[in-house]
Design a protein around this ligand. Structure first.
Ligand code: SAH
Ligand code: SF4
Length: 411
């Protein structure tokens, strides 16, 4: 389930393979005894070659992933002390060359902390019912324009099975906060999917009982995706009628204590949010040390109280990714669907730019078509078939698990 950057063979020497990986020389081995020759394009994991690919595939991969900065200017930073005023000034950068220096620094931080794999997640949006009323979200309970749906336990397992046939191995099961899915149903879903094969399951189902989360962990769920949305307590309270930030944060910490790999983060560009708030959000992320961060632009959604709000500039998303990479060198940082939705140059363009700014993961929608269009968090949610990613990145076999392990994901 990973895409990785192709390398070109420079020299072969008794099973040792000298490769050029994006302008950097490395030596790997040919454990699998593939018929290799100088000039071949190859993919590597764990310091060995696992696949030979042709020129067309290599070019396609380089197009998808981008080539990254060649030399790269860099920011003068001391990575051990990143303070709020530095973060604010980076988020406020306006000059092209300074922004590029921030991205290049983040990119180099990624290269020195992680392998060059891009982790591919499959997301299944299994219910759009929600008991909450978050003012930004199209699924809020007061939005009567949404055509509500619930997938059955069997339909959810089937959706995972279909994605697994395409070799997806990391899933996010997401819904509104919907108590219709009680303990019995959620346990059936998790054990049903786990029976299909070796997969990693993130839950993104909202503020459910801690005991329930413990049971779901015991059944095999290993991640929770739950954003704190904003660390500004006042803003949090206005966005979430009847809820408070402290409880949310406590819940996230307790879920981490259960053993879940946490994915958390915030929205960028919320009405009333300042650059200083985003800096606080980033510092909170650094404190929480989530396995995966999760942030994206707030997109004004029809039929919500915030429908008329302004959309954030997409450069702000990339700057936030870059600063997050500096603060959390080893975190999984995805480029999310919301960013793909607002990208002026299209999804592949923003993905490439995000990878060059430190991101290393993507999320692809695996919800069956007849439900997908009604998962209406905001309108015109981006979707495409991701054919190149699926063909070039979703592998079978042991090395696909090794790639995930290299990124810290234990399945
Ligand atoms: N109900 C669960 C999961 C579904 S919502 C939960 O709230 O955790 C998943 C995420 O969608 C939320 O965390 C929120 O950050 C994001 N979201 C909701 N409305 C949005 C909007 N208008 N623009 C961008 N992201 C939005
Ligand atoms: Fe419900 Fe989540 Fe939307 Fe809030 S963000 S209304 S909890 S689906």
């Amino acid at each position: 389930m990973c895409l990785t950057i192709p390398a070109k063979i420079k020299k072969l020497n008794n099973g040792q393979v000298e490769i050029d990986l994006r302008g950097r020389d490395r030596v790997v081995s040919n454990n699998l005894r593939l018929p290799l020759k100088v000039g071949d394009w190859v993919l590597c994991v764990n310091d060995y070659v696992f696949k030979k690919i042709n020129n067309t595939e290599a070019n396609e991969l380089l197009m998808l992933l981008g080539t990254g900065p060649k030399t790269g200017s860099s920011l003068k930073i001391n990575q051990t002390v990143l303070n709020k005023s530095d973060i604010i000034s980076w988020l406020a950068l306006e000059k092209r060359e300074e922004i590029k220096a921030l991205y290049d620094t983040a990119y180099n931080t990624k290269l020195s902390s992680l392998p060059e794999h891009i982790c591919i997640h499959g997301i299944i949006e299994f219910s759009n019912y929600c008991i909450n009323n978050c003012t930004y979200c199209g699924l809020r309970r007061d939005n009567k324009k949404v055509v509500r749906y619930r997938m059955s336990v069997a339909q959810i397992i089937q959706a995972a099975k279909t994605a697994m046939k395409k070799n997806y191995k990391v899933f996010v099961l997401q819904s509104g906060e919907d108590p219709y899915y009680d303990e019995e149903k959620l346990l059936q879903i998790i054990s049903g999917i786990k029976k299909l094969g070796r997969v990693f399951i993130y839950l993104s189902i909202g503020d459910r009982d801690l005991k329930l989360y413990e049971k779901l962990f015991a059944a095999g769920a290993r991640g929770v995706l739950m954003r704190f949305e904003t660390s500004n307590k006042k803003l949090y309270a206005t966005l979430h009628p009847g809820e408070n930030f402290t409880n949310k944060l406590e819940l996230i910490k307790k879920l981490k204590n259960i053993g879940y790999q946490i994915s958390t983060g915030f929205m960028i560009g919320l009405p009333g949010q300042t650059t200083a708030d985003i800096a606080d959000d980033l510092l909170l992320l650094q404190e929480l040390k989530p396995f995966m961060v999760s942030f994206g632009p707030f997109i004004p959604s029809n039929n919500t109280p915030l429908a008329k709000a302004l959309l954030v500039d997409e450069e702000m998303i990339l700057k936030t990714i870059a600063v997050a990479r500096l603060l959390l060198p080893q975190a999984m940082i995805p480029i999310t669907t919301a960013a793909e939705t607002i990208a002026k140059g299209g999804a592949n363009d923003i993905r490439r730019r995000a990878f060059a700014a430190g991101a290393n993961a993507v999320m692809f929608n695996q919800t069956p078509k007849r439900f997908r269009d009604n998962y209406y968090i905001y309108e015109n949610k981006f979707f495409d078939r991701q054919k190149s990613y699926e063909r070039l990145g979703l592998f079978t076999g042991d090395f696909s698990y090794q790639m995930m392990e290299e990124l810290g994901l234990e399945i």
